[in-house]
Write a protein of this length. Structure first.
Length: 133
């Protein structure tokens, strides 16, 4: 099973995780790493290093909240390592796709691509939808 790491500012990732579990049920092999005041960069990197050192053969999908923010900058330092994919801009539909597809997908890159697409395609402007009819 592909492991999931969620790295976000504050408790955003933990709350996304809880919401996804409410919808899909209990999930294993998920790691939440919190970036918040009082936590040093070293602590955050150490947390991520610990997860990566124990990764299984299926790999790790790292989801961060915002491109260019500390969570994604920390994660991007691992880009290019084998069996690691990173997506910034995590939202609930993306996380649901990650949870539902991580056992059936043959490759980490395929799962990452599908998660990215799920996250993007879930964004709608209600007014635009109403005017399109």
């Amino acid at each position: 099973m592909i492991e999931i790491v969620i790295i976000t500012h504050g408790l955003f990732g933990e709350e996304l995780f809880l919401s996804a579990e409410m919808i899909l049920g209990k999930q294993g092999n998920v790691h939440n790493i919190v970036v918040q005041p009082g936590r040093s960069l070293t602590e955050i990197v150490d947390d991520l290093d610990a997860v990566i050192k124990k990764k299984n053969s299926k790999g790790i999908l790292i989801l961060t909240d915002m491109f260019g923010g500390s969570p994604s900058n920390i994660a991007f330092s691992y880009a290019g390592q084998p069996d690691i994919e990173i997506i910034s801009g995590v939202n609930l539909p993306m996380l649901l796709k990650a949870f539902s597809g991580r056992m059936s997908k043959s490759s980490l890159s395929e799962l990452a691509s599908e998660c990215s697409e799920a996250g993007k395609s879930s964004i709608k402007v209600a007014g635009e939808l109403m005017r399109a009819e």
